[in-house]
Design a protein around this ligand. Structure first.
Ligand SMILES: [Zn+2]
Length: 430
């Protein structure tokens, strides 16, 4: 078996995936630019492959098309699209671009279905998918109707069996129920469990955040299990949303925060003091915040003392609960990180050793498979090399993620049983 095939076939758990960031590039092109010339695009990609990544090509072509249609002002985003060392601010400009493109119900339904099927296709057995319910008056979209479109997308998943409800009242289970373990033996798994997190965007008002939390509560029966705070970390203050986050917690929703994406130590400390059930990213923690995190045992995994990190080929940042390893995308470029990949890998190794020694929760996530052109299997493959860990250890890493998920105990225990069963049948030495 090819090594990459092994990582694909291994059951995995994804706890930090944004719906919009996981959209297939091809779907964006097909839906939004029906006249897009794919043949021309591929020829161009072939001709220029030495100079530009597919990612850049894609966005360049997309932006040109959208510019011609007057949807965006190309000159404003051109420099972001063409460069390959984007700053965090510039990455968020790309997110804004995608948000412009995904604001009608049919598109939301379609991308939800496809994102779930893409994860299922690489043997993700449990997916916690997060999205910001959006209001778009010009399209007749409310936060509620946005979420209904998401649920419709889950219902439309037909290539694989899906379970996306958290209670019997809202039970939505398609396909052959109860055969998950049988199906998984021999890696012919056909079922994926999906739960949802509703995100509050840092650009929103407290009133909008409260609306999101109330919506999440109303949709508990449809598999909404928690609230996330995300968005451009340079925008807004997290304290604005504290009342909504507290309310969510009081009402039994789990809370996860994007924390420490930029070195705002005051905010990082306040977030850690809130004791969220999980934090994501956490790449800019100074010594005392790092200590606080480790003492708290909040599930998170963070690169320690990032300002000393460096890398041209890889950028590593903690994502979801764990590390996010993305080739050629430098999310923390604003910290001025440059250097060589070899040094970076050795730092990663030391970092991973520290995590193992202290038993702090470590979980690998993709964050945004589309924007960063990655997959969970790829993240596991890169991490195994970077950490110097074997298949067995990586398998255990995936299994542990179940414990930090927000899924109901009954499903968590089914998933753990599945991992245990597969553990006995996997050929780790191939
Ligand atoms: Zn994220």
């Amino acid at each position: 078996m090819e090594m990459m095939d092994w990582w694909v076939s291994m059951p995995k758990v994804e706890l930090h995936a944004h719906l919009n960031g996981s959209v297939r590039n091809s779907t964006l092109l097909i839906i939004l630019i029906p006249s897009f010339d794919f043949l021309h695009f591929h020829l161009l990609a072939f001709e220029l492959r030495e100079d530009l990544t597919k990612f850049e090509l894609y966005y360049r072509e997309l932006a040109k098309e959208l510019g011609e249609k007057g949807i965006i002002v190309f000159s404003e985003v051109e420099h972001v699209i063409l460069k390959n060392d984007r700053s965090l601010t510039e990455v968020f400009k790309l997110f804004d671009l995608i948000h412009i493109l995904t604001t009608d119900h049919a598109t939301v339904t379609r991308i939800t279905k496809e994102v779930v099927e893409d994860f299922a296709a690489e043997n993700v057995v449990y997916l916690e998918l997060r999205t910001t319910p959006k209001r778009n008056d010009s399209r007749g979209m409310s936060k509620r109707s946005y979420m209904e479109a998401v649920i419709e997308g889950l219902r439309k998943v037909d290539v694989f069996d899906i379970d996306f409800a958290s209670t019997k009242n809202g039970l939505e289970e398609k396909g052959k129920s109860g055969q998950m373990i049988d199906d998984c033996v021999g890696f012919s798994r056909t079922k994926i469990y999906v739960r949802l997190l509703l995100s509050i965007d840092r650009r929103e008002t407290l009133a909008a955040a409260m609306e999101t939390v109330k919506l999440a509560l109303e949709m508990k029966d449809l598999g909404v299990v928690g609230i996330d705070l995300s968005g451009n970390p340079k925008v807004g203050e997290w304290i604005t949303f504290l009342p909504a986050l507290r309310f969510a917690r009081e009402q039994g929703l789990r809370v996860t925060l994007h924390c420490g994406e930029v070195p705002n130590q005051e905010e990082i400390h306040a977030m850690l003091d809130f004791l969220p059930e999980r934090i994501g990213h956490a790449c800019c923690l100074e010594e005392d915040a790092w200590r606080k995190l480790k003492n708290s045992k909040i599930p998170a995994q963070v690169p320690h003392n990032l300002s000393s990190w460096s890398g041209e080929s890889f950028v590593v940042w903690a994502s979801g609960l764990g590390l996010h390893i993305t080739p050629e995308i430098d999310s923390c470029n604003n910290l001025g990180l440059m250097g060589n990949a070899g040094l970076l890998l050795s730092i990663i190794f030391n970092f991973a050793a520290d995590l193992y020694n202290t038993n702090h929760p470590l979980i690998l996530c993709t964050d945004d498979t589309g924007v960063f052109s990655t997959s969970l299997s790829k993240e596991y493959a890169i991490a195994a090399t970077a950490f110097g860990l074997g298949k067995k250890e990586m398998f255990q890493l995936a299994r542990t993620a179940v414990e930090y998920s927000f899924v109901e105990e009954q499903v968590a225990s089914k998933l753990k049983d599945l991992f245990d069963l597969l553990d006995k049948s996997l050929a780790y030495n191939d």
